[in-house]
Design a protein around this ligand. Structure first.
Ligand code: AMP
Length: 411
């Protein structure tokens, strides 16, 4: 074994080249591993780059843009503020300021929130006690600027947080007025959940050669996917699947299952009914997988039963429907799965089957994608609702090729 192999490589935040005082502050608050946005943004920021970061709230983006500033901060009693963070709402300002004061490398490294609805005098007192970072909403910041109670001539680190929301609610002229009061020699960061053209235009006007990080799964921003869920008893899922296929008549669809064995079982049952069906999971040999994907791409396979091996990155234009036969345990996988449809501006449909015990999983997904998934009611399959007394035998309507016969029902 070589000596190099014996030397332990730094991991977690220690791999990011942060100063000992920043690392010990992180230890104190219990941040061990950087989140993806932190791992991506911090090295670029430390290298002096401007950064446009696409990331959602709750992904650790506050620390991502604060830590590089803390890394350069020195306890020298310099006049401040040296950093300015603009955010759209009072709540967000307070939250950012709290996080800043919590993870600051020293209590003399102070962050002051500047928001409307508070007394000017109190804010002035706070500012006079020393202020390295000002976090504020644009309106109140402008008030301070016009009264001369704040100066930004020392600001060399500027953050526009939730830039898409700021532009949404018409802050743009205010922001531009504030930016004009900041030195042009500075490092600028723009964080935004989405990057619509006005945000990008703003970004390029106020940033130099910005490095672009996109960690919002691209699909989070795909508005063209119609998402619904169906509440279903576990033993009625297969029947529901057949019904959904009949009703929706997908051009091409992927039916996602959580386990290889389950995918194989659904496929075995489904191919008794439909012709152009295939299965894809990690137990298949690579040549077979390649062949199936090829047939799916060409459209000769219309319905692919699959595990998450096809959850990411697969780009097949014809996919009109994603059926989450099993809800994924990880909300991120939900986003990756449904992102297989609705690509390049095409419409897509994503239907999730939710069993009674999976309510929390669905809630987690909704929190992650930051939107409510509406229910599509199919009462006859719902475990919570009374079943109909009699069910008419179903007649198969040809979909996906033709095997015109009644299908067998799996319970
Ligand atoms: P944010 O997206 O900045 O609002 O952060 C979301 C939450 O994650 C906050 O409660 C942070 O305190 C927490 N957080 C941020 N970074 C980390 C990390 N590396 N490890 C653990 N928790 C973190």
């Amino acid at each position: 074994m070589t000596t190099a192999a014996l030397v332990e490589r730094p991991s977690g935040f220690h791999a990011l080249d942060l100063s000992p005082s920043v690392l010990s502050a992180l230890d104190r608050v219990g941040y061990i591993e950087p989140t993806p946005i932190q791992a991506a943004l911090i090295p670029k920021a430390l290298a002096g780059r401007d950064v446009i970061g696409q990331a959602q709230t709750g992904t650790g983006k506050t620390a991502a843009f604060l830590l590089p500033f803390f890394n350069r901060w020195r306890d020298r009693n310099e006049p401040g503020p040296q950093a300015l963070v603009l955010a759209p709402t009072r709540e967000l300002v307070v939250q950012v300021a709290q996080e800043a004061n919590r993870i600051a490398p020293h209590k003399r490294c102070r962050t002051v929130p500047i928001i409307g609805g508070q007394r000017f005098r109190e804010q002035l007192q706070e500012l006079r006690q020393g202020c390295n970072i000002v976090v504020g909403t644009p309106g109140r910041i402008l008030d301070h600027l016009s009264r001369g109670t704040l100066q930004f001539d020392r600001v060399n680190y500027l953050v526009l947080d939730e830039a898409d929301r700021m532009l949404d609610i018409g802050f743009r002229p205010d922001i531009e007025r504030i930016l004009r009061r900041c030195p042009s020699e500075r490092q600028t960061f723009l964080l935004s959940a989405t990057l619509p053209p006005p945000v990008l235009r703003l970004a390029h006007r106020y940033m130099i050669d910005a490095f672009h990080i996109n960690l919002s799964p691209a699909e989070l921003t795909v508005e063209s996917i119609r998402q619904t869920y169906v509440s279903v008893a576990a033993h009625k899922k297969f029947d529901l699947l057949l019904k959904v296929i009949e009703k929706e008549r997908p051009r091409q669809c992927i039916i996602f299952c959580e386990r290889k064995r389950w995918a194989q079982e659904i496929y075995d049952d489904l191919r008794r009914v439909f012709k152009r069906v295939a299965v894809m999971h990690g137990d298949l040999e690579q040549p077979q997988r390649t062949r199936i994907m090829q047939r799916f791409r060409e459209g000769s396979v219309a319905c692919l039963v699959a595990t998450d091996v096809v959850g990411r990155g697969i780009d097949v234009m014809g996919i009109s429907h994603i059926i989450n036969y099993d809800l994924p345990a990880d909300p991120e996988n939900y986003v990756h799965r449904i992102g297989r449809t609705g690509r390049m501006g095409k419409d897509g449909v994503a239907i999730a089957f939710v069993t009674p015990e999976q309510g929390e999983l669905l809630t987690n997904i909704e929190a992650y994608i930051n939107r409510e998934v509406p229910e599509d009611r199919h009462e006859e399959y719902d475990a919570f609702r009374a079943p109909k007394k009699t069910q008419e035998p179903k007649v198969y309507v040809p979909v996906f090729g033709d095997r015109s016969r009644k299908y067998s029902r799996r319970l």
